[in-house]
Design a protein around this ligand. Sequence first.
Ligand code: F6R
Length: 352
Amino acid sequence: GKSGYDHFMLKEIHEQPRALRQCLRGRVSELDGDVTVPELGDIELERVHLVAAGTSYHAAVYGAQLLCDAGISAQAHYAHEYAISPPPIENATVVGVSQSGETADTLAATREARRLGAETLALTNTVGSTMARECDKAFYIRSGPEIGVAATKTFAGQQTALNLLAEAATPGAGDRDLVSALRDLPGNVQEILDESTAESVAEAYIDADSYFFIGRGLNFPVSLEGALKMKEISYEHAEGFAAGELKHGPLALVTANTPVFATVTGDGEYARKTIGNVKEVEARDAPVVAVTDGRSNVGRYADHVLDVPQTHPRVAAILANVQLQLVSYYTAAMLGRSIDKPRNLAKSVTVE
Ligand code: F6R
């Protein structure tokens, strides 16, 4: 049942601390912080193609950045495109990212990869799923069952598992700060759930014409995911952009009635440049909601701030998404939408 929550989606958002603890359990050494994932064996990754659809594709975009940071050539691909026309695959490990492990598009991609002789890995939530059975290896995110059509806890689980994959693939090069941030992750998510003001943000913009989400680096896939969640369950128009793309077209759509959600974590180059974009949309009278860890001064330019605890940049992108999940949820709830079963959508898309 829904354990007292109005919807499975809200229940699953609140299950994230537990789901993430499950994902990490036994995989991060208490002693030295080494990451070991027995299912992966001594995996060596030279070149990685991550194939996925929907929310899982956004996790794949996030994961590709982590692997590239670890010195592994990695790209995220839409599975439905990849299945028809894969790029050169020599020495590639093809990682199917799929909550259900049954998505026809993603299965078509991993099957094509196998046919071409690549090593395949299923990164999935569903033990014994078709993808888990067909791929050479299966790496489970352990999020528990997800009933709501909109993926929430499983996206966070995929992001977390992709961090483990990047660490496991670079033994010896382990990032201790990351490991300790991963250990703190479930508690940090809980803090957001306990203190979020997302409901009042949703209320403030309930009459918006459109919702825009911008971010750079790891916050780019978070912005794509923020927009997808908003579309799926609220039926409102929403778009996510790499913040740098804004002035190359989408800025023409920005008005006083299109709130812009800017995810800005850290205080480096990405933050500085995204703050520049925030100023551009403000000059067009757009309201700004900053999702931020407070390390930069983006809050100064924002109409609303959604806080995330300060942590490792990779983990910050997991936390920021939780705030965006809540904004979508409360927007859809106030609009009276069918949140757990949005119109026209199915939990598992088993036709191509
Ligand atoms: C979004 C959503 C879909 C799925 C997509 C892939 O909330 O649920 O976009 O993410 O259909 O599904 P899986 O991950 O099962 O392959």
